[in-house]
Design a protein around this ligand. Sequence first.
Ligand code: SF4
Length: 329
Amino acid sequence: MADSDVISTAPKPLLRVVLCSPRGFCAGVVRAIDCVERALKRYGAPVYVRHEIVHNRYVVEGLRAKGAIFVEELDEIPDTDAPVIFSAHGVPQSVPAEAKRRNFLALDATCPLVTKVHREAEIHRRRGREILLIGHAGHPEVVGTLGQLPPGAATLIETMADADAFTPRDPAQLAYVTQTTLSTDDTAEIVARLMARFPQIAGPHKEDICYATTNRQEAVKRVAPQVDAMIVVGAPNSSNSMRLKEVAERAGCARAALVQRAADIDWNMFGNIASLGITAGASAPEVLVEETLDAFAKRYTVSVETVSAAEEDMFFPLPRALRENEVAG
Ligand code: SF4
């Protein structure tokens, strides 16, 4: 046992825990997980899922135990009648096309708010506009959005430097869309720079960063300045979780850490604090927040309060095939 794992029998110090609200699962993640569970119930195991259905190891392992098989590409799947589900992040158009060619029963768990961005990009393309996609290279959502367009139709903008360096073919025929899980502040700066350089640039009617990302960041901004440390429960490949850690640091909480679950907590970092903020990325289940809270309660006498930045009641219905199947069944 490491020194940091030793729990003292002396009276426990007090710890004020401030839970950020909203935190954790968003409507798109709930829908995606429901898709896999409903498909398993309806068709039986196995159910194939292209990419992690949502970026959380705990969720993925839970579904794997129930019979989901996770693959990165369709060519890893043998010829099968089993359903093939696309993850919440969305896929390039080539993926459903390939699924159709192979006669897979494809079920699309892409979040409707990602699909909205795909549609915007397609409308801009049809109007002959050159498209800027603000996002992070390599993230599956960015790969999916770029994959709605022919090669060369869109340019990825990751930073202010990219926004400064970009030269359009025609500044009057330019549009931008964004990844849904970016930092709201960073993105606002990049958009402001693009609008200053290209006043005619077309953008979304309502911004592409989704309600869940915005609300979780807003709650962190309120809590971070009033606590000694902040824990973000989430995965390192979860864009919205990574952004929450950055938002906490920028809002004045230097001691912020992303943890996948309680076992990851570095007690050298969190062993001597009087107040702690806790939030969770949109793909992190509440049970992992509870587990984190329990870990602190073993070392501290904990008092818990909640700071709320927004009420959420968003709900996305399941894909039609799963709904119809349920009615038919
Ligand atoms: S974080 Fe936003 S875009 Fe992503 S699944 Fe949740 S609601 Fe949809």
